[in-house]
Design a protein around this ligand. Structure first.
Ligand SMILES: O=C(CO)[C@@H](O)[C@H](O)COP(=O)(O)O
Length: 236
């Protein structure tokens, strides 16, 4: 794989916790307006779900949309979650299109370490997205190379699903695993099923980047919803 150009990796916003609306639940006919509304309402980053109809059933957003969002929102952290087979072929391309971070699935490649290297070489932050039934053992020999870990709270593919309760145990386990590796500052993202009524519990369990799609976009005005969610995130 070759890279046309490199971008500097953008750090996640320094304050934590972070709230990341997932634009999968936005009104796609007014995508820029929807993104602007959540940014104005206090969103810390935009979470962008890329699905290929192969790794997951749904087909959503691709490279041109990420490129368009980068042009429209030059100062916003774009957190791109690729739910695609063979992320080896596309992870770096999403960084080149404007992603600040790329989360990919270890279940979709036999070369997780190589994909991390590709993302870094292109100038992005690398994150591993772990499905509900996938063991945390996939982290063991690459954990030091990651910039973030994404724990799925639902099976990937669609917004609006219910949070899987065992995710809470997984969060505890991932914190322990990080501690065993001497890592205490790795952002842990939870994605799927995060709503106003469970965001506090998920945060208290160790997630500090909270992705919410339908929880935000189904509840206008977004500013009030985002403020209410952030109010639930009291210091640990
Ligand atoms: O990756 C995914 C779904 O596969 C998520 O980012 C969803 O977009 C989250 O949506 P909600 O569960 O918050 O509605």
């Amino acid at each position: 794989m070759t890279h046309r150009h490199k971008r500097r990796p953008n750090a996640l916003p320094a304050h934590q916790p972070l709230l990341a609306p997932s634009i999968l639940s936005a009104n796609f006919t007014r995508l820029a307006e929807e993104c602007q509304a959540v940014i104005d309402g206090g969103a810390d980053l935009l979470h962008i779900d890329v699905m290929d109809g192969h790794f997951v059933e749904n087909i959503t957003i691709g490279l041109p949309v990420v490129e368009a969002l980068r042009a429209e929102f030059p100062d916003t952290f774009l957190d791109v979650h690729i739910m695609i087979s063979n992320p080896d072929l596309y992870a770096a391309k999403f960084v080149e299109a404007g992603a600040d971070s790329v989360s990919f699935h270890p279940e979709a490649t036999v070369h997780s370490h190589g994909v991390i290297q590709e993302i870094h070489a292109a100038g992005g932050l690398a994150s591993l997205a772990i499905n509900p039934s996938t063991s945390l053992d996939v982290l063991d020999y690459i954990i030091e190379d990651l910039d973030m870990i994404l724990i799925m709270g639902v099976n990937p593919g669609f917004g609006g699903q219910s949070f899987i309760p065992q995710t809470m145990r997984k969060l505890k386990d991932v914190k322990e695993r990080l501690a065993r590796h001497g890592i205490d500052d790795m952002p842990i993202q939870v994605d799927g099923g995060v709503k106003l009524n469970n965001i506090a519990e998920i945060y208290q369990a160790g997630a500090n980047v909270l992705v919410s799609g339908s929880g935000v976009f189904n509840n206008k005005p977004y500013k009030d919803t985002i403020s209410a969610m952030k109010a639930e995130l009291q210091p640990l």
